[in-house]
Design a protein around this ligand. Structure first.
Ligand code: PLP
Length: 464
């Protein structure tokens, strides 16, 4: 045995490093709900501590962990807490952290059933839970990917495969050169990851037929061009600014008649379909062909976790298929046929754990609470002179502005500087706005009121 091997066996035997990291982790978790939401300037400049050449000699494991703890910890953003409203992030349901820790030690790759029977089993179970929860077609298959960026790519790859196949064109063999034309129709507010998928797949952003949207960012159904069987229609559950939903029921009926492929980007919004009081927003989604949704946003799983759902199993498995003489296919679920990757971590472990822990009613309650906190934010901020809510708060997003673009910019940077909460900006129908995304299980009424006070203070600072 080499000296290094011996050292590594010792790390496992004496457990010190695992106890050390566990202690750091607990300390982090306990403090995260009250800590400054964004790192201080000092914490960020102290990151220069990491600027070093790769050491020639081995570093003591204890020191490796200590460096992360001392300099890394403080330079994290408190996305786990209740007052991080930036982008659309989401916290983590505690059991998900615990399950992820256990799963980390298992270090499973559910590419094939033989590689990880437990990973394969949990993926098969969660696939079924998704079908039931969102009332999707029974034959729908799920691929467990890193997020909605990947899920959009996979869903649209399946669409491309199917449309060309109907035209007697095998994209896998023939590629795109001289291929029959595929039309792409989507709303002017489609998410940038949808556009990225369109470019990566060689469909070309210039070829997109853009559909006008209303003042919430929803596709105007009457503005959709004539659809046909060579069209991919991309809809949205949850506009990234306003949280608005396309009118799936009406639009999908029309697209089904034309035999178009419908893909729904439901990164955070698809989850409205799991809430009794909100599922009117996703009415009709079952008429689509593919769906993309995140675990790591609304459901509050740890990073990274996205799911591509596809009603056309042959299309998605053909689009992502690969073979090799050493591949051992089984009659059980082999996860890699539903994802772009071969090896990937068994992120389904946390996903399963959180869904099992919450149950249907817990998922409903958690997400409805996010909606209520977003409404609370909207109500409280509207009462403060100088702030205006620009959207209908149908789900978890609130779009806020001040009296001018310039003022909105300054107030936003003051809010960020105060670090009581954190959020980013955007442009909404030509105006600078602040985006509040409520998507943490940990956000309480008090968190909202504290954050609204911070907005008020940020505006008052400008007037001094
Ligand atoms: C976040 C988001 C995406 C991208 O998802 P990732 O998980 O970050 O890859 C796509 N569409 C919408 C509407 C989103 O909100």
């Amino acid at each position: 045995m080499s000296k290094l091997q011996d050292k590594m066996f010792q790390e496992i035997k004496n457990r010190n490093i695992f106890e050390q990291s566990q202690q750091y982790a607990f300390e982090y978790l306990e403090n995260i709900f009250d800590r400054n939401v964004y790192p201080t300037e000092d914490a960020i400049s102290d990151l220069s501590n990491f600027d070093e050449d790769l050491p020639a000699e081995s570093t003591k494991a204890e020191n490796v962990l200590n460096q992360l703890h001392v300099y890394g910890n403080e330079a994290t953003t408190a996305t786990l807490g209740g007052r991080y409203f930036g982008f659309v992030c989401g916290s983590v349901v505690p059991v998900g952290l615990a399950a992820k820790q256990l799963g980390t030690f298992w270090d499973q790759s559910p590419a094939l059933h033989v590689l990880s029977p437990i990973g394969s089993k949990l993926e098969a179970v969660v696939e079924k839970w998704f079908i039931d929860l969102f009332n999707l077609p029974k034959q729908t298959s799920a691929g467990f990917v890193s997020g909605t960026s990947a899920a959009n790519l996979c869903g649209l790859a399946a669409a491309r495969y199917r449309i060309l196949k109907k035209n007697n064109w095998d994209i896998n063999e023939k590629g795109l050169r001289n291929a029959p034309e595929i039309r792409v129709v989507t709303g002017k507010h489609a998410h940038s990851t949808v556009l990225k998928a369109v470019s990566v797949l060689g469909l070309g952003k210039e070829n997109i037929e853009w559909v006008d949207v209303d003042n919430q960012g929803r596709i105007i159904p009457e503005s959709i061009p004539e659809l046909d069987e060579n069209t991919i229609l991309i809809l949205q559950a949850g506009n990234v600014n306003s949280g608005a939903f396309d009118n799936f029921d009406v639009i999908c009926k029309k697209a089904n008649k034309a035999d178009s492929w419908i893909h729904i980007d439901g990164a955070f919004g698809l989850w409205a379909g799991a809430v009794d009081e909100l599922k009117y927003l996703t009415k009709g989604i079952e008429k689509a062909s593919s769906w993309a949704v995140d675990g790591h946003k609304t459901l509050n799983t740890p990073y990274d976790s996205g799911i591509v759902l596809c009603a056309d199993k042959e299309a998605i498995t053909s689009a992502l298929h690969m073979t090799g003489s050493y591949i051992i296919e089984s009659t059980e679920r082999d996860g890699m046929f539903f994802t772009p990757e071969m090896s990937r971590r068994a992120r389904v472990i946390e996903l399963w754990s959180i869904m099992k822990y919450l149950g249907k009613n817990g998922i409903d309650e958690m997400i409805l609470t996010m909606h209520k906190r977003a409404q609370q934010f909207s109500n409280e901020i509207s009462q403060i002179p100088g702030f205006y809510v620009e959207n209908d708060v149908v789900f978890n997003q609130v779009v806020v502005r001040c009296d001018s673009d310039e003022l909105t910019d300054i107030v936003l940077s003051n809010i960020q500087m105060l670090r009581e909460c954190w959020l980013g900006g955007s442009v909404w129908f030509g105006k600078k706005v602040m985006r509040v995304s409520v998507c943490s299980w940990a956000t309480t009424e008090n968190d909202i009121s504290r954050s609204v006070k911070s907005f008020e203070k940020a505006l008052a600072l400008v007037k001094i």
